[in-house]
Design a protein around this ligand. Structure first.
Ligand code: FES
Length: 105
């Protein structure tokens, strides 16, 4: 079962085409604004743990800054190796100026 939505940031903190790393109950999450739409995926690369929020965002893909794995921000699935395992995908809700993410449990 999915958990509650929790506020992770305000919309002004994450500009157009940018990312921000947040933490919810110890889970590291990368919140992404691409063309005004918000997405949230796990922030720890499934290769050897690179911080995805410090990588590069291009369209619907984020590139890990360590060895160049890419992940689809809509699904969390890897689109370029060396990573072969998906990162978590979180539901996002906008409430006024607040960005909320649904906890995994
Ligand atoms: S840690 Fe992300 S590609 Fe290696």
């Amino acid at each position: 079962m999915s958990g509650d939505f929790v506020k992770v940031a305000e919309s002004r903190e994450i500009g157009m085409s940018s990312m921000k790393g947040v933490e919810v109950d110890g889970e590291k999450i990368c919140v992404i604004n691409t063309e005004g739409n918000y997405y949230a995926i796990g922030n720890v690369c499934t290769h050897v743990g690179g911080p995805l929020d410090e990588g590069t965002l291009e369209g619907f893909e984020v590139e890990c800054p360590w060895h160049g794995s890419k992940f689809d921000i809509r699904t969390g699935e890897p689109t370029k190796p060396p990573a072969t395992t998906a990162v978590s995908k979180y539901e996002v809700k906008i409430d006024g100026n607040n960005i909320l993410v649904r906890k995994q449990q």
